[in-house]
Each structure stands twice: as structure tokens, then as C-alpha cells.
Design a protein around this ligand. Structure first.
Ligand code: ZN
Length: 144
């Protein structure tokens, strides 16, 4: 069973039969594709019960994301959340949810709260909520 947190208060708990669980499991499989041993992220763009896109983090840069990133943080690398909305029309991202997970070496869920850059980009694209892994038992939610 997962516990879902939003703004540090428990919102709901859900079991393995829930839709969240299904999306988190899918995001986990996407994360397995990542080349980073310790920071394997997978993200899904979900709207109206359908998965519209998926992505994992890559060791490349996304030029347009730089405008959402603090200069001191260097280049905007290809975060999974950005990959999930890359090339998708705003008419599809608006009102959608993003699920993002990070898996450790053992495939266990780790903290994957989106960074400030990704939150800004997702909000700009009209994404409503981001669900992210905290650990094996807990999921966080940010309303953008
Ligand atoms: Zn990010």
C-alpha cells in the first residue's frame, strides 16, 4: 500500500489495484532504460486515463529548458519530466498529470521530487499535478 502526500499532509492511501500504482509501475519500467546507475528516472504524461508519452533521463541537454533554469545550475540536462512533454502539443499537456519515479540500483523507489526547472516547465505547459516517488511506500503530489 502506498501513502500519498500532498503539501506534507496525508491525502489518501491506495493499494496495488489503484490507477496510481499502475502508472508508477509503468514509470518504473521506463526508468529502467536510463543509463545512469544511481539516478534512473522515468516519467509518464497521463491525461484522461491514457498514457500520452513517456521518457527517461538522458545525458544530453535541452536548450529551450535553459530559460526556466537558474543560471548557477548550469545546463538543463534531459530530465525525465521534460522528456515526457517534449514535442507534445500544449493542447495535450494542459490539464494532464505527470508521474515521475526514481529507482535505485536494486530497482527500489527513491525520492524523485521534480526540480524547480521541471516544475516551472510543467506549469508553463499547463500540467495540473505531478505525482512522484518518495520511497517504496510513499508517493508525493504537487499541484502546479
Ligand atoms: Zn528536473
Amino acid at each position: 500500500m502506498y501513502t500519498l502526500y500532498s503539501d506534507n499532509s496525508i491525502v489518501t492511501t491506495f493499494t496495488s489495484s489503484g490507477r496510481h500504482r499502475r502508472y508508477l509501475e509503468t514509470a518504473k519500467r521506463v526508468a529502467e532504460e536510463s543509463e545512469f546507475p544511481d539516478y534512473r528516472h522515468g516519467a509518464l504524461l497521463v491525461r484522461g486515463g491514457s498514457i500520452l508519452n513517456s521518457a527517461y533521463n538522458k545525458n544530453s541537454h535541452i536548450g529551450w529548458a535553459n530559460r526556466f533554469r537558474a543560471k548557477a545550475c548550469g545546463h538543463a540536462t534531459h530530465h525525465a519530466e521534460l522528456g515526457a512533454i517534449l514535442g507534445v502539443d500544449r493542447s495535450k499537456t494542459a490539464g494532464a498529470d505527470v508521474y515521475v519515479v526514481r529507482i535505485g540500483r536494486a530497482g527500489d523507489l527513491k525520492m524523485s521530487k521534480p526540480c524547480q526547472m521541471c516544475q516551472s516547465v510543467l506549469a508553463h505547459m499547463g500540467v495540473k499535478r505531478v505525482y512522484y516517488s518518495i520511497d517504496e511506500k510513499n508517493i508525493g503530489c504537487i499541484k502546479l
